[in-house]
Design a binder for this molecule. Sequence first.
Ligand SMILES: NC(=O)c1ccc[n+]([C@@H]2O[C@H](COP(=O)([O-])OP(=O)(O)OC[C@H]3O[C@@H](n4cnc5c(N)ncnc54)[C@H](OP(=O)(O)O)[C@@H]3O)[C@@H](O)[C@H]2O)c1
Length: 288
Amino acid sequence: MKTKRIPAFSNWLILLALFALVGEALAGGHGRAPRPEDILMDPAKRTDITGTVLITGANRGIGLEMARNYAKRGWTVIATARKPEKAADLNAIAAEYDKVAVEQLDVLNQEQVDALAAKYKGKPIDVLLNNAAILGAPDQQKFGTYDFDLLQRVMNTNVAGPLRMAEAFADNVVASEQKKIVAITSVQGSITLIRGDTIQFYNASKSALNMSMRAVANAVKKQGVTVALISPGAVNTDMMREALGNSNVRMRLLTPADSAEAVINVIDQYGFDMSGTFMDHRGAKIPW
Ligand SMILES: NC(=O)c1ccc[n+]([C@@H]2O[C@H](COP(=O)([O-])OP(=O)(O)OC[C@H]3O[C@@H](n4cnc5c(N)ncnc54)[C@H](OP(=O)(O)O)[C@@H]3O)[C@@H](O)[C@H]2O)c1
């Protein structure tokens, strides 16, 4: 007699994670196909706007490609990295484009943030781009494996970091023409769309980032500042490779360069009337 094979519990967990990740990849980082009325802007639309952008975590991944993309568009780029002396790719961009400055910045370090803010005091910054974040080891943030030191590090980096930057550089943004504070968030922060439990601390940090930045949007509204929350899609970076781990999951991922191009086009079109909304790299609304 044939017996039905029931997958082991761990296989079910892998399947759950797979559904979540494949869903994100198929929908370009969204989790479901957006309805036409949810698409608020055309991510393929390039503008010829220029200005000054400050980017955190610009030495690799999406941040590096955003620095390159802005530099190519003729922007003045303040590209920050924890270890500028080791940021070879970023330094190569700075060597190629006059208007790119590489600065040291760890978003956990208040003194460094204050020193950079003092250095650029009075300099208008059109776009403050909070990109730096960590995922945290997936095997330390599942129910039953919680490492609370890791929770603190993830929250400090992904939530306190962007808040610290927003506070320190608010005057620079207010003094600029475009007046935008951007947080690179994730569909993984959507309470509506969450599936599985594999990266709980990261999920929680991006939900908290969304809430915090939404509140910052209220705080700076009177000064005409737009706060944008943008998810960059499912992108082939170190962070995504860490998330996929040894799962053998194969999925279609954006290149960091393609993600950066789409995100920048969305930032360019992100208007004051949209401040505090949560959207993806296609300009589609993401449910909270
Ligand atoms: N990849 C995806 O599919 C995906 C999807 C959704 C959202 N995102 C978001 O997109 C953003 C970029 O992610 P990524 O995939 O490009 O990640 P990544 O390749 O892991 O790069 C992360 C960057 O953040 C920097 N960083 C980490 N901690 C920092 C700190 N304390 N101070 C300053 N910089 C710090 C890293 O610098 P070091 O080199 O010094 O570590 C690195 O430059 C993140 O906000 C991430 O949550 C990514």
